[in-house]
Design a protein around this ligand. Structure first.
Ligand code: HXC
Length: 510
């Protein structure tokens, strides 16, 4: 019996050694952890249960029959994050460069199937040279099987991709279909075609980092939701994110202990909005002052910063926040901010996470760049996302909200549940100056008359009361009591039930 047990231990030791000491040392030399080290940091200590440790590839071409390392370049299994179940796969770059064979792909599919069946998130750690070149089409088939499962899992269980090395070619499309992508600075990249192909086809000279590094994807392309300094930070932040999310679309997000009075008053908010309507202020201050313990998990912070998206907790419950940021482009809506916020709103709605919308928006950004880029369709995404969302929706108007953007930003007309306004809010078709220039065009040569007209228009509309008179604003609230009012609103909505008409799926403008 002892021999049998020793044999198991010996086999396990071989599998755990991955591609061997030399390749592990090379991995470390690049500042990267190994697949197993990453899983250990991601999951609660001792919670990892491995699947398919002994699975080996079946390829006999190109000398592959002589080398069948157990595990085949990917470590898969399940474990817990702060006691809650997650499924995980981590590609092992030390074994065939983490490349995807038929069996490697089948291991990933197995845990994805279990995650969908049992209702727990999938976290994928990507570090791979792509399709296993020796296997040819078998490898492409394996990717196809993974892609299919990414789509079936979408909206059923949260899917998170960590890019911790190469991720190139068609392989990028698996992370692309997951809910969140996080990258590590300087040691990860994603692109459909690499620098060599780019050079050949377009004659552009670009490094892998410039083409698809963490900076590119968090600042320019918006493919990634966050960039971290190293593996350790990326894994720790992923644990933090998991704490905000439900395990699946039929469960509520966890309620965490909180030590922050829901009725906390913040007198400083009474002076957050400057007297000068053209002066910006930092909307993040309001988010932090509403959140339990000032804890905010921001997504896509370096992209379309005119809108802020992320998670907070109120009374221990997860809330998705969307907020215009007056500090950037005056907080206007444009193509990028609409896309960014629409995707976030849809994630929250799919996973029953209530939405808090903080509004100070001058309208949509004008210009040929925006119109030619299709702002009509992209702006419609956010409108569509809010309108279809059935989760609790609480909105606070802090300052201006004009035109179409007023309707888009979780207004009463899109089934907003609680729509509050600060006394400083203005709800209008447009700013007073623009309105007067259209209404009184014949008087434009008479500055005094025009000034009076502007004042008249402001007196009528530069306040929240016209909207409140019509019931479009439920209540005008004191800024200092925002946390209390918002907390009570969400508490009142815990039993909300709302369903859309049956359909196969909607046809959101893409
Ligand atoms: C088999 C691979 C491999 C692959 C790397 N290796 N990629 N083995 N198939 N795709 C092996 C190497 O032979 C090497 O083995 C080990 O992994 C480490 O690779 P190195 O090249 O030494 O590492 P490094 O210098 O860090 O370069 C990493 C790399 C490079 C940039 C990823 O390996 C590379 O260019 N690989 C090929 C990438 C590629 O063209 N993939 C196919 C893309 S098409 P030893 O034994 O020496 O350690 C694709 C389509 C997917 O992926 C489509 C989905 C629908």
């Amino acid at each position: 019996m002892k021999d049998i047990l020793d044999e198991l231990e010996a086999r396990r030791a071989v599998a755990r050694a991955g591609g061997g000491e030399k390749r592990v040392a090379a991995q470390h030399a690049k500042g990267k952890l190994t697949a197993r080290e990453r899983i250990e940091l991601l999951l609660d200590e001792g919670s990892f249960e491995e699947f398919d440790m002994f699975v080996a590839h079946r390829c006999n071409d190109f000398g592959m029959d002589g080398e069948r390392p157990p595990g085949d370049g990917v470590v898969t299994g399940w474990g817990t994050v702060n006691g809650r179940m997650v499924y995980v796969f981590a590609q092992d770059f030390t074994v065939f460069g983490g490349s995807v064979s038929e069996t490697h792909g089948a291991k990933i599919c197995k845990i994805m199937d279990m995650a969908i069946q049992n209702g727990a998130p999938v976290i994928g750690i990507n570090d791979s040279g792509g399709a296993r070149i020796q296997e040819g089409v078998g490898s492409l088939a394996a990717y196809g099987e993974v892609f299919q499962r990414n789509v079936l899992a979408s909206g059923v269980v949260p899917q998170i991709s960590l890019i911790m090395g190469p991720c190139a070619g068609g392989a990028v499309y698996s992370p692309a279909m997951t809910d969140f992508i996080f990258m590590v600075k300087d040691s990860s990249y994603m692109f459909v075609t690499g620098p060599d192909v780019v050079k050949t086809v377009t004659n552009e000279q670009v490094t892998a980092e410039e083409l698809g590094g963490a900076g590119t994807h968090t600042k320019k392309s918006s493919v990634a939701d966050g960039a971290y300094e190293n593996d350790v930070e990326a894994l720790a932040e992923t644990r933090r994110l998991i704490d905000f999310l439900p395990l699946n679309n039929r469960e509520k997000a966890p309620v965490r202990p909180f030590f922050d009075d829901p009725a906390r008053v913040e007198m400083s908010l009474d002076s957050l909005v400057p007297d000068n309507p053209n002066q910006p202020y930092d909307m993040k201050e309001l988010i932090l002052k509403i959140a339990d313990e000032g804890d905010f998990f921001e997504l896509q912070k370096d992209f379309a910063a005119n809108i802020i998206t992320g998670f907070i907790r109120i009374e221990g419950q997860s809330v998705g926040v969307v907020a215009n940021q007056p500090m950037v482009l005056a907080g206007c809506l444009d193509i990028d901010s609409s896309r960014k916020a629409a995707r976030f709103v849809r994630f929250c709605d799919a996973f029953e996470i209530p939405l808090l919308t903080l509004v100070d928006v001058p309208g949509f950004l004008p210009g040929t760049g925006q119109e030619y880029g299709g702002v009509i369709k992209h702006g419609a995404k956010l409108l569509f996302a809010y309108a279809e969302a059935t989760v609790p929706k609480v909105t606070v108007l802090t300052r201006k909200t004009y035109g179409g953007a007023y309707v888009v930003m979780s207004s009463k007309h899109l089934r907003g549940d609680f729509n509050y306004a600060w006394p400083t809010a203005e709800v209008a078709v447009m700013g007073a100056k623009g309105a007067v220039e259209i209404l009184y065009r014949s008087e434009l040569g008479e500055p005094e008359k025009i000034a009076q007209r502007v004042k008249d228009y402001e007196d009528r509309f530069a306040n929240p009361f016209v909207a409140a008179e019509k019931g479009f604003i439920d209540e005008v609230i004191m800024p200092h009591s925002t946390r209390r009012r918002v907390a009570r609103a969400f508490a009142a909505l815990r039993t909300k039930k709302l369903a859309n008409p049956w359909k196969k799926h909607d046809n959101i403008p893409l």
